[in-house]
Design a protein around this ligand. Structure first.
Ligand SMILES: Nc1ncnc2c1ncn2[C@@H]1O[C@H](COP(=O)(O)OP(=O)(O)OP(=O)(O)O)[C@@H](O)[C@H]1O
Length: 241
């Protein structure tokens, strides 16, 4: 945790001087941050400090007002809404605090939905979804409706739904925020085990230091800036402030 490893590859995400305001509120005030391919990064910080805004900016949900957000060779700040939506669908998966499963669909149908939206045949989508549910310990709950599941089970369905399309990056906004400590531990350990084995980059916003301890690195956001930049930037030779 927190060790400053030299990086031999260019970062997957590179942010420089990123700003974003909502009216008078300066949510991001100049973010400099590199994130490596395959890294699990925890973004922490006080309420209202800009964590979710940073996550949404990385994920191309909201464009920055200023600065540069590079994802690989793509300058996200130069993409329009349609191109950003296409990129999200192709490369990114999302887990939210309250699963946001569709309440009238079974666990299996919730997980197969992203594949159906990508044009997979129903039979293929259902079989992929079933194997993801099995992997997350939910083999006996395929036909359950979200309302019939515990919070931890529902969140594991949400993780399966986010990973079923094989995203390059998983964004998780308070993925354990609605869970008791045992369920939280179970969800975050499964999520990080699976993404480590697949080399998926994971960006987690969390208030919970136990959840953050599963990450490779933590950065803290305060007043729209990364607090103590020494841990935020990487170069081929290592880290510089
Ligand atoms: N869509 C929006 N419209 C107006 N203000 C916003 C919007 N999104 C965020 N803000 C404001 O920007 C600031 C940063 O919000 P953000 O949600 O990024 O913080 P956070 O660190 O994720 O907070 P929390 O931990 O409470 O979720 C806050 O003052 C918030 O009220």
């Amino acid at each position: 945790m927190n060790e400053l490893k030299p990086s031999t590859h260019p970062p997957l995400f590179s942010l420089r001087g990123v700003t974003r305001s909502f009216g008078q509120i300066e949510a991001l005030r100049g973010i400099d941050l590199d994130i490596d391919q395959g890294e699990i990064l925890a973004i922490m910080g006080p309420s209202g400090s800009g964590k979710s805004t940073l996550l949404h900016t990385l994920a191309g949900v909201i464009p920055p007002d200023g600065g540069a957000v590079h994802y690989g060779n793509t300058a996200l700040e130069s993409l329009g809404e349609t191109a950003r939506a296409r990129l999200r669908l192709r490369d990114f998966g999302f887990v939210f605090q309250f699963g946001q499963l569709l309440p009238d669909l079974t666990a299996l149908d919730n997980v197969s939905l992203p594949l159906l939206l990508q044009g997979f045949k129903r039979r293929v989508a259902l079989s992929q979804a079933a194997s993801w549910l099995d992997r997350l310990g939910l083999a006996d709950h395929r036909q359950a409706l979200p309302g019939e599941l515990s919070g931890g089970q529902a969140q594991r369905v949400a993780v399966a739904r986010a990973l079923v399309t094989g995203p390059k990056v998983l964004f998780a906004d308070e993925p354990t925020g609605s869970l008791d400590s045992l369920a939280a531990e179970n969800v975050i350990s499964l999520l990080t085990d699976i993404t480590r084995s697949s080399g998926t980059t994971v960006i987690i916003v969390t208030h919970d230091s136990r959840t953050a301890s599963y990450a490779d690195r933590e950065v803290v956001v305060r007043d729209g800036r990364i607090s103590g930049n020494a841990n935020a930037l990487r170069t081929p030779e290592g880290v510089h402030a």
